[in-house]
Design a protein around this ligand. Sequence first.
Ligand code: GN1
Ligand code: MG
Length: 335
Amino acid sequence: MTAFDVRRIAAEFGFRDISFSEISAGHINATYRIDSEKGSYLLQRVNTSIFTNPEKMMENIALVLEKIPSLSLAKTADGKLFFEDETGFYRVYNFVENSVSYDKITSPDMAGRMGSALRSFHVMLSGLDGSRLYETIPHFHDMFSRFSQFDEAVGEDRAGRASSVQDEISFMNSNRERAQKISSLYAQGLLPVRVTHNDTKLSNVLFDRTTGEYITFIDLDTVMPGTVLFDTGDMIRTGCSTATEDEKDLSIVHFSLDYFRAMEDAYLSSNDMLTEREASLFAESGRTITFIMALRFLTDYLNGDTYYRVDYDDHNLVRTRNQIKLIEEMDKLLF
Ligand code: GN1
Ligand code: MG
């Protein structure tokens, strides 16, 4: 990625005399916190090799923001919600003061708050007209398409790593049919198409630092039509693990049944929106999304780390094994 001048880009949005620092949380976009006399903001450069139609994506986000009072986008001098030049595609969000996000859940109470947060978010999204939304990344959670990318990566073995990850490759292959269950039901029209977030990891939720109350989900780039099971799945994947997805020491990576039960109760309670089939697949969604992440990390490892930001050589393999460990524990505890 080419470097860019944060001060020059911030000035396009009317921020001068700023101080700034990088926030390295995401795997895809580059994010900077900027502090100015007008307050604090987040400047992001969108990764346009992944989000190939960023203008359409920003239209989606603007639509969703109409429903989220705590979040807004700064405008450029000519009234646009983004600035684009030869160095990239940029946007600026307000920084939500007195908020906190977490990498790990540490109590069933917190897991319950996460479950209610997602229920509220889905109820809010159900008020949006999904037909006005653009499909930001087609087939994003389509297991069939993720398996074809994986098969191609194994076949081509571009980074020469396939022989060293035979166990992981076998794990994927032996789970193929089960992993495709939700995608298959969705493709057959047996799960309702709703507006979904598609990146509901725990660290994408803001809570009030003082009261602990849910404020909002952030990272709206992948809001598009889908099944709510994509979102419940990512919540379970990230919220019921006792460690983050980057944890190398697998002896501390566990699936917490207590957190799962608290989340399940909170998400499903008085959720009139769901069909019986959706509700019955809640646990399966956790296994499915954890699986799709393992598959995507392994695919990227085989391709030579071209998609996710990595901090060291085997980072994607560490993430793969971490996710496989969670699936193995889910299989013992949940099914
Ligand atoms: C990516 O960039 P970030 O961290 O928000 C990815 C998600 C994964 C997540 C895993 C567009 O999100 O699908 O769940 O990494 N986003 C995209 O941490 O691929
Ligand atoms: Mg994201």
